[in-house]
Design a protein around this ligand. Structure first.
Ligand SMILES: O=C(O)Cc1cc(O)ccc1O
Ligand SMILES: [Fe+2]
Length: 480
């Protein structure tokens, strides 16, 4: 399936367009979608991504013209894959702990994309069409003789290592590290790496809605992820030889996998038109807007794609990128601030370093859930308070971090909590901050004492509140 030179594939460009493509001239019907008989005897089939009656601006569907109707497969049989079940009381936990996972350098060998999916956390229900699930993936093997169809939601893939070749019903996508792609609910696809080497990345699956571009408001008509930089495949029916190979269809529904056999390729689409499409985007094309005088802007300024919920301004999930850029704010603590967020933040690092965490490694992940405090680690804090902010700083071109910002508070899969890659030392990165200078300037806490549950069960720190209040009063009067 995978061959050289595929990074030079042809694409159509734009976001949300009504695209059309035919591999054989004359196969797309003119003036109608479903002629009594299609050209070449092809079968017309509609794939819907929204309710038929969704408002026009949200209405998504594509017409496919194919050699066989999709329905001619054999019966579905359950495939055991309990780890893909949506998160519930039996397989996952709720925890306010700040979590981080080191990159997994070992897994993935001998696995394909589906076998190499590792659920990390999630919330909601695919059957209720609400919420999301987040995974990492690692694999070496192409999906040679089977395709995947996700009836539970859209997959957004963030490629961290190893370019992917993704065969879809609408054509081919080559997706390299620092690129992302969206594979819409119900569309059949097969993923391979282009060189057989380890491919690794992250997946955000949304059980409701679809990704769209954020509004630009006062920014104006241009900036952030520009629509013309999104790339959509052209029709690419499989070869005559592949056409007749037996194909297995693996379908995910309600977090369960089902397999059915069919005697022809699912990638037999000769022509198509519509606006329900897979697409890819290169994060290096992101055009960031940022503060040019004081203060650190909220990360929403770096939203690439958003999957809106019914609540205005609150997304089911956002893809946010922290791209290479200039940092110029004056008299400002430039990296991300200390904060507690009502939304939940799953972060990954594609390459380089993240400005708020000196020890975050490419391929790693972190999770800070609703209201769990986090922010710059001690090393980043010290560096950022020491610089001269009259000079601009360049965050290097080799850096690319991202965040899945999600509304529903996630449950963390037990397998992720028990993973050997879970960084048990993560919280140490915030230990050793001295008490504010005017209050003594000494480190407040013994990190070990903090990391053990308080003996009195109240979480009180050694020293006691009353004693600390005294110090505070004293220092303020002596400096005032
Ligand atoms: O926690 C993080 O590192 C992500 C983040 C970045 C930022 O610039 C501001 C807020 C925020 O949550
Ligand atoms: Fe954050």
């Amino acid at each position: 399936m995978i061959a050289q030179g595929l990074d030079k594939l042809t694409y159509q460009t734009g976001f949300g367009n009504h695209f059309s493509s035919e591999a054989i001239p004359g196969t797309l019907p003119v003036g109608q979608n479903s002629p009594q008989e299609c050209a070449f005897g092809l079968y017309a089939e509609q794939l819907s991504g929204s309710a038929f009656t969704a408002p026009r601006k949200d209405n998504l569907r594509t017409w496919l013209y194919r050699r066989h109707p999709s329905v001619g497969h054999g019966p579905f049989e359950a495939v055991p894959r309990p780890d893909l079940r949506p998160p519930d009381d039996t397989n996952s936990e709720v925890t306010p702990d700040q979590l981080r996972w080191r990159p997994d350098e070992a897994s993935g060998s001998g696995l394909d994309f589906v076998q190499g999916l590792r659920p990390m956390c999630g919330s909601g229900s695919p059957l209720q069409k609400s919420g999301y699930q987040i995974y990492t993936y690692a694999f070496t093997e192409a999906m040679e003789d089977f395709c995947f169809c996700n009836a539970d939601g859209d997959f957004l893939l963030v490629v961290q290592q190893g370019p992917l070749l993704i065969v879809t019903e609408l054509g081919l996508l080559h997706v390299a590290p620092c690129e992302v792609c969206v594979l819409p609910r119900g569309m059949r696809f097969a993923v391979g790496s282009t060189d057989g080497a380890l491919a690794r990345g992250y997946v955000l699956e949304v059980f409701e809605g679809h990704f769209t571009l954020p509004d630009l408001g006062l920014i104006g008509a241009n900036g952030l992820a520009n629509p013309r930089d999104f790339e959509v495949p052209v029709a690419h029916p499989c070869s005559e030889r592949q056409q007749h190979q037996g194909h297995r269809l693996i379908q995910k529904l309600g977090g369960r996998l089902f397999a059915a056999q069919q005697q022809w390729s699912p990638f037999d689409v000769v022509a198509w038109h519509g606006n329900y499409v897979p697409y890819k985007y290169d994060l290096r094309k992101f055009c960031p807007m940022n503060t040019v005088r004081v203060d650190h802007a909220d990360p929403s300024i770096f939203t690439v794609l958003t999957c809106p919920s019914a609540v205005p301004g609150t997304a089911v999930a956002d893809l946010v990128v922290f791209p290479p850029r200039w940092s110029v704010a004056e008299n400002t603590f430039r990296p991300p601030y200390f904060h507690r967020n009502v939304m939940n933040e799953y972060m990954g690092l594609i390459c380089g370093a993240y400005e708020a965490k000196a020890t975050f490694k490419p391929g790693g992940s972190s999770l800070h859930v609703c209201m769990s405090p986090h922010g710059p680690d001690l090393t980043s804090y010290n560096a950022a308070t020491a610089i001269d902010t009259r000079a601009p700083q360049r965050l290097p071109s080799s850096t690319m971090a991202f965040m899945f910002e999600v509304n529903h508070t996630p449950r963390v899969m037990r397998s992720a909590l028990q993973s050997p890659h879970l960084d048990q030392e993560y919280r140490q990165c915030w230990q050793g901050f001295p008490v504010a200078k005017a209050f003594g300037g000494k480190a407040t806490s013994d990190a070990k004492a903090i990391d053990q549950p308080a003996e009195n069960g109240t979480g009180a720190l050694p020293g006691g509140q009353a004693q600390k209040e005294e110090v505070k009063a004293e220092t303020i009067s002596s400096t005032g």
